[in-house]
Structure formats: C-alpha cells, structure tokens
Design a protein around this ligand. Structure first.
Ligand code: ADP
Ligand code: MG
Length: 349
C-alpha cells in the first residue's frame, strides 16, 4: 500500500513538463470516430455530428477527496475517471472522451505519476473512452486531479433530474453503503498502522466494501441494460453523495415528493455485517454515505414489467405530489422526512 522507498525514483524535474506529458500520454490510443484530434495540439477537435454533447467535470484534491496513505495511485487514477463518466451515464449518454489535468508537487517521482496514469489508462480501456488532453502543472504541496468527461446522446434519450412524475417508481442499481463502510475500514486500519506499522491488516472479510471505496465502477452496464429493456427513465442521477441527497435533488428538480421504503433499500451482507461491527445504522449509511456511484432513476409504472425481477435493479419507492415532501417509510411504517446530510465536503473544515 505505501510507497516502496528502496526503489530508484526518477524526479519530475529531470523530465521537464513536456517530457512528462509525452511520457504519460504516449500509450493512449484513440478509438472513437468523434475524436478528430486528441493530445498534441493546442486543443482537441471533436465531431459529434447530429448527436448532442454532454460534458461534466470534477476536481479531486489530496486530503479532501482522497488520502494517499491508503489509496494506491493506480486506483486513484481509475476512480477519478469513474466519478466523471458516472455523471455522463446519469444523463443516459455514452461516455466517449476525457481530459485529465494534474497538479503535482516534486515529492512525487515519475513512477508515482505513471501509476496514476496506469489507472486512468485502465479506466479508458475498460469503458472505451478516449483520453484527448489535459494540463500539467506543479503544486507546492499535495496532488490535484481534474477530469472532464464528454459523452454523446440522441436528444430524445437524455434524462434530466427534472422529469419525474407523481406515481413514477423510484429505482436504484446495485447496492448501497458499501463505499462508505469500506472507508470506515480503511480509516480504522490507518489508525492501527500509525500505532503499529508492522501490523498487516486482514482486509479479506471486507474485500467487497474496500473495493467499493477504492475501485468503484460507473454503471455503463446499467445504461446499456435499460436501453436493451427499452426503458427510458423519466429522471436520473448518480449516487455520489448518498441516497437521501440524490432523492432530494430529483424531487426538487422534478417538483414532486417521494416515498422511499426502508425495507427495500438494497444492502450487501458485508455492509450489514460491518454496520453491526461499527455500531452504525445501515439505513443511515445508505442514506448518507457517499461514493457508491450507482444510478438512481424514476420510471413510468407501465415500464415496471420490463425491469421486474432483474437482480441489478431494485424498486425502492415511488414519487408523490410535491406537497407531501420526500419521506422515508420506516420498517415500523412511520414517515420520516428525508434530509440532505449527504456528504458535505465543507464539514469540519
Ligand atoms: P498548452 O501550453 O497549450 O497548455 P500543453 O503543453 O499543456 O499545451 O499540452 C500539450 C498537449 O498535451 C495538449 O494536447 C494537452 O491537452 C496535452 N496534455 C497536457 N497535459 C496533459 C495531461 N496531464 N494529461 C493528458 N494530456 C495532457
Ligand atoms: Mg497546458
């Protein structure tokens, strides 16, 4: 997990900015017809013909969004791409290109940046996305990564946060709370490591949730599945901040309310077990823990037979009139208003 200090390292100064850019970008290939020009000129050139272009960008800062003491750089590169293309999929679009901008201090050797780019390259290959440019600069302390993702879609296919209607079903892909519980495990091991650096943690029982935190996957497969099932969501959002705050976004933008059923929230057994161990409430974790990168969407009731029984899709509630607000229907059948405690990056700072 931690850097091997014995190996030879190449300082970034030795390469210079242009040498570094060349070195990092030379292994990327261009696969999309819409990419006319990628890395190597003053700007990339794209041609989406008669399709609409979607674009989303994110900035990740060391110490705020990631902690390199347990986040391997290769995973960080992979995750930086995932969090962005997830936003493109949440528009029901196909992710096609990314740009990657980094700021690094000279505490990072070339080999570290190579690891970061190995993760970025793996993500591009796995999700069939062209890396078409970026920017490289120095930072006097930590590392910053900004990824911009582009995608394409037919205008009629694009799903906004604003299309949900009363009586639409609320559906989520995969399961929730794993990334947050994975973070709890990693934070705990970090503290143990500080006290006893020779202690080798056994993360095996937690491998699913640790992977959810360190190597999230954007749900390209679910966008493709919905297309195959001929289901167009009426509204959609990706779950980066926690179920509660994403539901509130859909409700606010669509001017509807919602009933979310506590007993329907999909939880992996590892999440339930670790919640017991950490004395946390699994519903709270699913509602407020972030970074699952699942898709949350609404569908017309008439489409229910098309998704029924699919193990990847869970109906967790339905939309209502705006007046009733957004509520959790608990196991005891009481209504509790949802609040967006979410994942507030300004908390505690
Ligand atoms: P400029 O001076 O016009 O900003 P750069 O020298 O920064 O040009 O970039 C040269 C080329 O390399 C451009 O195509 C740019 O998009 C690309 N590039 C620069 N930094 C990165 C990076 N970190 N990752 C990927 N591509 C990059
Ligand atoms: Mg530049």
């Amino acid at each position: 997990m931690l850097e091997d200090k014995n190996n030879e390292k190449t300082s970034l100064e030795k390469l210079g900015e242009f040498g570094l850019i060349d070195h990092l970008t030379k292994y990327f290939t261009i696969n999309h017809k819409s990419t006319i020009k990628g890395v190597g000129d003053d700007a990339a050139v794209l041609d989406f013909k008669n399709k609409k272009t979607v674009l989303s960008t994110d900035l990740l800062i060391e110490g705020i969004h990631f902690d390199l003491s347990y986040m391997p750089l290769k995973h960080l590169g992979y995750k930086a791409v995932m969090v962005n293309i997830s936003d493109v999929y949440a528009m029901n679009a196909k992710a096609t290109q990314i740009t990657v901008s980094i700021a690094v201090s000279n505490r990072f050797p070339l080999e570290a940046i190579e690891e970061l780019y190995a993760g970025i390259a793996l993500a591009c290959k796995t999700y069939n996305v062209d890396m078409i440019g970026g920017d490289t600069t120095s930072s006097n302390k930590g590392m910053l990564i900004s990824v911009t993702a582009l995608g394409e879609a037919e205008e009629k296919d694009i799903t906004y946060r604003s299309g949900a209607k009363p009586n639409d079903l609320l559906v989520v892909t995969g399961d929730l709370g794993g990334a947050y519980m994975g973070l709890q495990v990693l934070e705990r091991e970090k503290e143990v490591f500080k006290v006893n650096p020779n202690n080798q943690p056994d993360l095996e029982p937690y491998s699913y949730i640790v992977e959810r935190q360190l190597k999230p996957e954007a749900r390209k497969d679910m966008v493709e599945l919905l297309r195959k099932l001929d289901v167009k969501p009426t509204s959609m959002i990706d779950i980066s901040d926690g179920l509660s705050s994403e539901i509130l976004h859909l409700c606010k933008n669509s001017k509807v309310g919602c009933h979310l059923y506590e007993n329907k929230i999909p939880l992996d057994p590892t999440v339930i077990n670790s919640c017991e161990e950490f004395k946390m409430d699994s519903t709270t974790v699913a509602l407020s823990g972030g970074e699952d990168y699942e898709l949350l969407f609404t569908i017309d009731q008439a489409d229910f037979p098309k998704i029924k029984g699919n193990p990847n899709l869970t109906v967790i509630g339905h939309m209502t009139d705006a007046e009733g607000g957004a509520n959790l229907v608990t196991r005891a059948d009481t209504l509790i208003p949802l609040t967006a405690q979410g994942w507030n990056s300004f908390q505690g700072s």
